[in-house]
Design a protein around this ligand. Structure first.
Ligand code: XIL
Length: 351
């Protein structure tokens, strides 16, 4: 029996995994309990699943994950209260059922904004009140930065932004803080937080919000990364920058894709992956990454993978999209049969 991931890093931070409810049982559940001491829902706590119609909350699937965390004494991250994706359309429709973003009358726009912020408050209040005793870390807002946005602050021009400006971010943090447990931590979560210009846009945004007294506790770094990108130096710099603002950091959605940089042809299945030798490059990446996380462990309070093992990863869909329907990815430290990979040994620092 190999050493559990969570045991190896017990002096540094919890090790988490994103899960769908079906993975709480059977072999997935066993691996989860043995290797991980923190969990997060891959999908079932997103707005579209929790409140598909206004006032119609659906907690059934989310409850299963909360219950599992409780029974097995695991930390729980909540993902995510606010996002521009996987959010139902009703949030952004006015009383007549028309898209709020199309409204041109300034007074009606102002009323629409109030309605949307009220909906946001109700959504957050209902969820946070229900799960307050179980959740350790809340992803309050997700992916608010877009370096390609046409405004000069790199703010994502989502419907939230178009209708409320940055008020939705403030309102979300204030409402979460009001109803969450005192020791629960509130995160602003995003991808590519290691690299410029996104890192700087994020820095400027959180600094500005902190100056206004908005209760942000930390930055969640999704870390959907590649073998050769981003660099360890940029990753270190990013964590240190946010820590310099007095903020906590969590690695929230870690996976190391086999695609991207350095370039590679597509793999149609796991045998092709094994034959390529690419898993050894990935292992070296895991080695450097966890060496860095350990070096910075006073600034990082959780490291969560966006899955358990290579049998189930959202990256397979992306690999297929890029490669005309053929594509398998293998981003984790366990293979599709839950056996350890070279990346496991390197993450665990075996020589
Ligand atoms: C992904 C899930 O893994 C997929 O199953 C779903 O189809 C789309 O969302 N950033 C995030 C996560 O914050 O919520 C996303 O999860 C992956 C990218």
């Amino acid at each position: 029996e190999v050493t559990p991931l969570e045991k190896r890093y017990e002096d540094s931070f919890p090790i988490g995994a994103a899960v769908e409810p079906y993975q709480l049982e059977g072999i997935h559940g066993e691996v989860l309990k043995r290797h991980y001491n923190s969990i997060v829902a891959e999908n079932v706590m997103k707005p579209i699943n929790i409140q598909p119609q206004e006032g119609n909350f659906n907690f059934e699937e989310a409850d299963k994950i909360v219950q599992f965390a409780k029974e097995n004494d695991m930390d729980l991250r909540f993902h995510t209260l606010v996002w521009h994706s996987q959010v139902p359309e009703w949030f952004f429709l006015d009383g007549e059922g028309n898209p709020m973003v199309d409204e041109t009358d300034p007074e009606q726009r102002e009323r629409n904004k109030e309605i949307l912020l009220e909906r946001l408050e109700t959504h957050i209040k209902t969820i946070v009140t229900r799960y307050k005793d179980e959740v350790d870390a809340w992803d309050v807002v997700n992916e608010t930065i877009d370096p390609y946005a046409s405004n000069d602050r790199g703010l994502r021009e989502s419907k939230w932004y178009q209708i409320t400006g940055t008020d939705y971010i403030k309102k979300a943090f204030e409402t979460t803080r009001k109803y969450a447990a005192e020791d629960a931590k509130l995160f602003i979560n995003d991808y590519n937080t290691e690299v410029e210009p996104k890192r700087d846009y994020m820095y400027d945004l959180v600094k500005d919000l902190l100056d206004q007294g908005v209760p942000i506790d930390g930055v969640g770094h999704q870390a959907h990364i590649q073998i050769g990108w981003p660099s360890i130096e940029d990753t270190r710099e990013s964590i240190n920058m946010f820590a310099g603002l007095g903020l906590d950091n969590q690695i929230t959605e870690l996976d190391v894709s086999l695609y991207g940089w350095p370039p590679t042809p597509a793999f149609a299945n796991y045998d092709e992956i094994l034959a390529s030798g690419r898993l050894f490059d990935q292992a070296e990446r895991y080695n450097q990454l966890f060496e860095l996380y350990e070096e910075l462990d006073d600034k990082i309070s959780n490291v969560t993978f966006w899955g358990i093992a290579d049998d189930h990863t959202w990256l397979d869909d992306r690999a297929e999209d890029y490669n005309n329907g053929v594509g398998k990815d293998a981003p984790f430290v366990f293979d599709p049969n839950f056996n350890v990979k070279p990346s496991y040994w390197e993450m665990m620092d075996y020589d």
